[in-house]
Design a protein around this ligand. Structure first.
Ligand SMILES: Cc1ncc(COP(=O)(O)O)c(C=O)c1O
Length: 397
């Protein structure tokens, strides 16, 4: 599995847009597909919890279906859901985000595409903090812009840190946007509010957009939420925040998310969404309303389970002299290195072939994280224990 496309793929892509001939491969997705073909493989390679969507959310959706909520809906989403998200920002973040700044999308990924295609032109540059979930860089590529990466720095004992000076120095006159994922998938790094303030002071002066992926902002251990760029932004700042029902409410398969834009963006985003897919599915949004109204206990329950799993996993993996791992402060991923193993694709493949456990290779999160491995620990304890046994079988205890 190489980074570049095969000649055969390029030949097939010749009939399509030239862009697709050289589209960067996604080694994470390829490794998942590889594992799916095998018998008895424990998959900790995908970013989702094991919990099914809570019943109260499902029930609200069945009711919506029974009540005929099966027709086209408003392009930017059901007004009741847009209002509920506005209320959610008030309740959880103490922020006043009017519903005309909230746009419902058919997933966080769709929200990201909407955000990027609304601001990027061919040749524009995006400065992105890495390691990063590869699909987001793919979205920049599809928008025909170029990514300039700034890597988080890892120090044993201190964990991940961003040199803000480096981030700001990476911006050039061609920079249209800074792309930040905080809390970060895969590292669990979290940008502080003071750092956000520095970034926005800089981008505001230069007319640069901030595209902030806040999909994991309810997964900060010991706290109710991680900082949001909306907490440091004015109503009309060039800030687009992406969010999703996938993680906090265990709704990955629903494909439901949202975008928050500046006060002047509603008409523009509506036109783009209209020509894109005419808006999100109708009935799922009623589940979304219920999730926001009554989902706090579920979020706490999930966080407790993730925290317990994290403690268990950390104690076990950090006792292994071959593994280098800092305990993440957020998200449900352990991002670690196995000493002496620099080829993460090869290692991830061996974990599947020899251990029967599927994990995501670090290069799935950008070139800067080659050699790393990401493990999703939002699974049952039994599954986690078994997976760790298998990992130790491959690398030794
Ligand atoms: C940082 C980040 N953003 C967005 C998404 C996707 O969210 P959704 O399921 O809503 O498309 C993921 C999924 O893993 C993610 O890690």
């Amino acid at each position: 599995m190489q980074d570049q496309r095969s000649d055969n793929y390029k030949k097939q892509a010749e009939k399509f847009r030239p862009l697709l001939q050289n589209l960067t491969k996604n080694p994470g997705a390829e490794m998942l597909r590889y594992g799916w073909r095998m018998q008895d493989v424990i998959s900790l390679g995908q970013g989702e919890g094991c919990a099914p969507t809570p019943d109260f959310i499902n029930e609200a959706t069945y009711t919506a279906l029974k009540n005929g909520k099966t027709h086209y809906g408003p392009v930017l989403g059901q007004p009741a859901l847009r209002d509920e998200i506005s209320t959610y920002y008030k309740n959880i973040f103490n922020l006043n985000i009017p519903s005309n700044r909230v746009f419902i999308t058919g997933s966080g990924t769709t929200a990201m595409h909407l955000a990027l295609t609304s601001i990027l032109d061919v040749g524009d540059e995006v400065v992105a903090v890495t390691p990063i979930w590869k699909n987001l860089l793919g979205a920049v590529e599809i928008a025909q812009a170029k990514t300039h990466t700034v890597a988080l720095e890892f120090t044993e004992g201190a964990g991940w840190r961003l040199d803000i000076d480096k981030l700001l120095a990476a911006c050039t006159p061609l920079t249209k946007a800074v792309l930040i994922v905080s809390p970060s998938n895969p590292t669990g790094w979290v940008m502080s509010k003071a750092e956000m303030q520095r970034v926005i002071d800089f981008t505001r002066e230069r007319g640069i957009w901030i595209v902030s992926d806040e999909v994991y902002n309810r997964s900060l251990y010991g706290q109710n939420h991680a900082p949001s760029f909306l907490e440091v932004a004015n109503n009309d700042d060039l800030v687009l925040t992406v969010n999703s029902f996938s993680k906090a409410w265990a709704m990955t398969g629903w494909r439901l998310g949202w975008l928050v834009g500046p006060s002047f963006s509603e008409g523009i985003i509506r036109d783009l969404a209209l020509y894109d897919n005419m808006g999100p599915p109708t009935f799922t949004q009623f589940g979304g309303i219920e999730a926001l109204k009554n989902g706090e206990a579920f979020i706490q329950e999930q966080m407790k389970m993730w925290q317990e799993n994290l403690n268990y996993l950390y104690d076990r993996l950090s006792a292994n002299p071959k593994i280098s791992l800092e305990k993440p402060i957020s998200t449900f991923y352990a991002f670690f290195k196995v000493k002496g193993e620099d080829d993460c694709l090869d290692l991830a493949k061996r974990f599947i072939d020899e251990g029967g456990v599927s994990l995501a290779p670090g290069c799935a999160f950008g070139h800067d994280s080659k050699g790393w491995i990401r493990l999703c620990f939002a699974v049952s304890r039994t599954k986690l224990e078994k997976a760790l046994d298998r990992i130790e079988k491959v690398i030794g205890a």
